[in-house]
Design a protein. Structure first.
Length: 261
């Protein structure tokens, strides 16, 4: 029995000597008999490079040391039975779910890539929605229609809009004379946008405008042509947006097919 064992060991060693590929050590380290795969080091190196760090011996040593530290801690935790406590079991399950969800999402993106034709169509749709003008807008927001009418009456008597804006409950714009800066109607709630489009430069609404936020007195300060970024500039954001929409549809389909009680 001993001789057979020795013969088998010698055969394996001979094969390793003949074929260096088998002799290559795939472990970054072995801790109490547990191998830390070199691939784990490579994954950590790639993650560090993605954060702007350079791949060099110092980085690799730090990563290897960290993986060894983690392994000895894990082994100690398992020895103490911590891996079987309900809280840890639940956290491990959640971590597994997170990894699988991310893997599913990445696989779905890989299988159904967004084409340039789709991106161009989305770009054209976005441009059409934005229009060709942007508006510099100010407003005063109050809680009641009566308050808004009172502000309009004061404006009719040549009161300063910026001064009256100090009473606005929209504290962010109130601090700037009611200014909301430059925007496009698409970014505004519908009643506000409709009222704005009916104004000429320098005009304010003579009738209070109600939205879910309260009652507005709106002033159009200026208008200028809208400069939409080029397709190439927006391409990364458009791709991310369409990918998110595709994943949302996939999840909706999965939910529709699932038995949920």
């Amino acid at each position: 029995m001993l001789k057979t064992h020795n013969l088998a060991a010698m055969t394996i060693l001979a094969a390793l000597a003949i074929n260096p590929a088998f002799a290559e050590d795939k472990s970054a380290a072995v801790v109490n008999g547990v191998s830390i795969p070199q691939e784990r080091v490579e994954m950590s190196v790639k993650a560090a490079e993605a954060q702007g760090r350079a791949d060099n011996p110092e980085l690799r040593k730090a990563i290897r040391d960290d993986l060894i530290n983690r392994e000895v801690i894990v082994q100690a935790a398992v020895k103490q039975g911590l891996d079987k406590t309900p809280a840890v079991v639940e956290q491990i399950d959640v971590a597994k779910q997170n990894v699988l969800v991310n893997a599913f999402v990445q696989d779905s993106i890989k299988k159904t890539p967004i084409t340039d034709a789709q991106l161009l169509q989305e770009y054209d749709t976005l441009k059409a929605k934005l229009g060709d003008k942007e508006y510099e807008v100010s407003h005063i927001l109050v809680k009641t229609e009566a308050e808004a009418k009172e502000i309009i009456a004061k404006l009719e008597k040549k009161a300063k809009f910026e001064k009256l804006a100090e009473k606005s409950i929209d504290t962010g714009s109130a601090a700037h004379g009611g200014s909301l800066g430059w925007t496009v109607p698409k970014n505004l709630v519908e009643p506000f946008a409709n009222a704005l489009l009916n104004l000429k430069k320098g005009e304010y609404t003579r009738v209070p405008v109600q939205t879910q936020f309260g009652w507005h007195v709106i002033k159009l300060d200026n208008i200028r042509p809208l400069k939409v970024p080029s397709f190439e500039e927006l391409k990364p954001q458009l791709q991310q947006r369409l990918q998110q929409q595709a994943i949302q549809k996939t999840v909706a389909d999965l939910r529709a097919a699932a038995k949920i009680e």
